[in-house]
Ligand binder design. Sequence first.
Ligand code: PMP
Length: 763
Amino acid sequence: MVFNTDEIQSFAKEFYNIDVLVTPLTGYDEDNFLLTSHSGKKYILKVSSGIRPSFLEAQVSISQHLSKSEISSFFQHHIANKHDQYITIYTDKNSQHTYCIRLLTYLEGTLWKDLNVWPDELYIDLGSFLGKLDAISKDIYLDAANRAYVWDISRAEEAIKNLHHIKDPAKRRLADYFLLQFETEVKPKIASLRHACIHNDANDSNILVKEGKVTGLIDFGDMVWAPLIHNLAIACTYVIMYSDEPVEASAIIVNSYHKEYSLMQEETDILYYLIAARLCISVTQSAAKADNGLFNVHHYQSEQSAWKLLEYWLTINPLKAAHTYRLACDPEPAIQPIDKQSQLKLTRRDIIGRNLSLSYHKPLTIIKGALQYLYDDLGNTYLDCVNNVSHVGHCHPVVVRAMQKQLATLNTNTRYLHEALTSYATELLATLPSNLKVCYFVNSGSEANDLAVRMSRHYTGRNDIIVLEHAYHGTSSLDIDMSPYKFDNTGGSGQKPFIHKAPVPDDYRGIYQGKDAGKQYAQEVLRILENLQEAGKAPAAFICETLLGVGGQMPLPDDYLQYVYRYVRQYGGVCIADEVQVGFGRTGHTFWGFQLQEAEPDIVVLGKPIGNGHPLAAVVVTEAIADAFNNGLEYFNTYGGNPVSMVTGLTVLNVIRDEALQENAVTTGAILLEGFKKLQDSYECIGDVRGKGLFIGVEFVKDRITKEPDAILADYIVESMKNQGILLSTDGPYHNVLKIKPPMVITEDNCMKIVETIESILK
Ligand code: PMP
């Protein structure tokens, strides 16, 4: 505070001719004082420096305008000084600094934030008061309010530049996600919304309540010319922090506002995003101020609650919010999905390949992804525990923005030099063992496996491939030939003579168990190699996943790959690690699955998470294999290695590192594994719980001793979990293994919820 209470007392006397006692109050960017006269009359005196006088004059104008309205008593009014001026300019003789002083009437009441209870009636009251206020504001234009102001939701995207002040990566991602949604869902509509001079800060420290009624709104210091709906959005943002049901509470306000002053559908439809955007402005402002060492309680008073509400907001399907707000105004619902879904199904059946499957007995129509959540067309939110492809989260803002920028810049092919190709390859190679030196970029895991095997054949001059039973490696003709999961099953054309199947190294229900299982299973591969040799042949390659996916979410037994790779190399074969499902930190303790086994492949195949859903995959090989492949035949891949894919891959790598997602896989994965193991103690039907990091399988059996698979129970659990808002699926040769491979941004709370929900179903 620039002036002490004695100075303020003398200002009051000198400028306003009143004798008062002075109590300093806090304020966001002005110094505020409570003045009390001898007769007990109270005033507020405001001292500002650095605020444009024209803007202060605009505040005087709005209060004069409102003083003529039926809601006059809700506002403070300006009191003129001895010279009949509402703004007193005071120049400090020593510093020559100029201050603007204003005297305002005092409003009795308790601030919203200081109440003990917030009954629905208060929300109703607030809505109708704001409706009345906006009905008046719509006719007011004040030039000084038409300004660039950080707290104007229209400018929410400017908060992006402050994101770096948020140190917790999970919080930064959350704010960034909602700012991206603002850009996507709101910004294009801003210009066409009704504008007015709005109060712009009906927050919990500015709303006054007396005897259970809203009685006042103070501080026009944030007034701005902006979409009218922002006023309501801002009030909702702050007051719903006090409700256990924020969407319902805001709908109460919307309803009573609409009764006073009609809202338009295009306004209520974006309210969800406006509330999120205002929260983002608030948390980024707090973070920036803290980073700059500023300490004013007002800068941080909403911070904790704002984060809590943002986290909760992510769990709300925006369609559900829009629907609730529409219903609060008009009975016409926003969600009319039934016909649309059956129509989609019919058209899909007619014109899309019939052997594409749909998940769940009643399929989902997913319309939007939000980090670890998915939203359907019915307004439901699902915690996604199955789409491992969205590795760093659905619509991760950093990835999306990088892709958008590169798409708007250039997308060509590898026939031109481009920095992104080599920088991405360099970064990728840095995560891999030093024997892996050369990258090939392709478009899918299938294409990558196909290429990997092709290269191993070039290198060895041989044809035969050793695979694991039940394995899946992709959808090209060669991949299907290498995938017993396909060729051994319905519609498959059986095992080709150049394919050799080794048993799944399953130490739960397989032929070997215990501490030597890894070596014993590896000796099964050795036997195949010996048999091949007897037949005068040798393998081109051995290929397996480094944790088995369709094989049943199974970590390999200790030392398995070390032995297998040693044997395969003894017979001149190439060792291919299919990391399509496993890689990029999912296993938590290591970045790559083969590192869990302390083994080094000759070729690694990468896919799925590599581009967070963008079609990108890679084959990384040794120098010698790359040389053998470079035999004069050009390798060209139209899309492989294009700038957009490369920027995407590079950004995904950066996000994994910057947000410590591998570490998150360790902590969240441990909660899941421990939780499931505890359930296993109580529920006989859980035969096995296994996994590493966020690659987890829970195997259901009818009998612990016989281990008879219980696919019906596994399926029942998947369906019931879906009904409770959690998406999972089953895997394994007997379809009895729950597959849990969530986006790596899943939280500890999410994991506890998963375990609790499964337990409630088992009960
Ligand atoms: N390898 C493994 C282990 C896989 O799980 C998959 C896909 N499920 C593939 C390869 C093929 O990848 P894509 O579907 O991208 O072609």
